[in-house]
Design a protein around this ligand. Structure first.
Ligand SMILES: CC(C)(COP(=O)(O)OP(=O)(O)OC[C@H]1O[C@@H](n2cnc3c(N)ncnc32)[C@H](O)[C@@H]1OP(=O)(O)O)[C@@H](O)C(=O)NCCC(=O)NCCS
Length: 189
């Protein structure tokens, strides 16, 4: 999962610049994220496979959920070990302001990350992951998905096509972010 997310977000300059990291060191960030995601019972972690190899991933969790402190520290420790205190401090500051601005206005599941590796883009895997993610959310009896997307990210078109609409915008890390939501009609209790 770390490899796929690292590759998918390789061109995501705002995040890399924000953390002040070289391209090579970002893999440590994604390894820490993947470890955290896979350790959480609350998380929805989906994979898209091509020839039995992971080519895409989508991860989310309930809107009211925040990772427990012990896992937060595990994440921080791994991050700190590999990336140093300055990047950790910047990341912490970014997440605190981002977290406040992106606070969901209604109960929902949040899509935290979605990525497809370069070789398999544009073949519908992203749309498929979004559709499967919606099914997983409905199965939990939740009728709304929220995600946040940078205004400059072409992924916004995919989200709009998949039923997401902008609820509001906010600035963070030098770019404008859209809070996008998708209501789900058929959520089961
Ligand atoms: C967004 C992403 C998961 C879509 O995966 P995909 O398998 O290529 O998606 P699909 O084939 O189902 O749909 C293609 C659509 O993705 C979007 N897209 C295309 N290139 C993209 C890119 N470099 N970055 C983001 N989205 C892109 C476009 O909307 C495209 O449709 P369009 O060309 O008709 O506008 C994939 O492009 C990706 O991993 N991007 C980088 C990571 C990222 O930005 N994730 C979203 C964070 S909010």
């Amino acid at each position: 999962m770390a490899r796929v997310l690292d590759e998918a977000f390789a061109a995501d300059e705002p995040v890399r610049r924000l953390l002040g990291l070289t391209r090579r060191r970002m893999i440590h960030f994604w390894r820490a994220c993947a470890r955290l995601y896979l350790a959480l019972d609350e998380a929805i972690c989906l994979g898209a496979y091509v020839d039995s190899r992971l080519a895409g991933a989508a991860v989310g969790w309930p809107g009211e959920f925040s990772p427990p402190l012990d896992l937060g520290w595990l994440f921080a420790w791994r991050y700190l070990t590999h990336l140093g205190p300055v990047a950790l401090w910047k990341l912490g500051r970014f997440f605190v302001s981002f977290g406040r601005a992106a606070e969901p206005s209604k109960p929902c599941v949040r899509l935290i990350n979605i990525g497809v590796d370069d070789a398999h883009r544009g073949q519908g895997l992203g749309a498929q992951l979004l559709a499967e993610f919606a099914v997983a959310v409905e199965e939990r009896g939740v009728d709304r998905i929220q995600l946040e997307c940078e205004e400059i990210n072409p992924a916004m078109r995919l989200y709009q096509r998949s039923g997401y609409a902008t609820e509001r915008t906010f600035p963070a890390g030098g770019v404008t972010w859209h809070v996008m939501v998708r209501p789900l009609a058929d959520a089961k209790e």
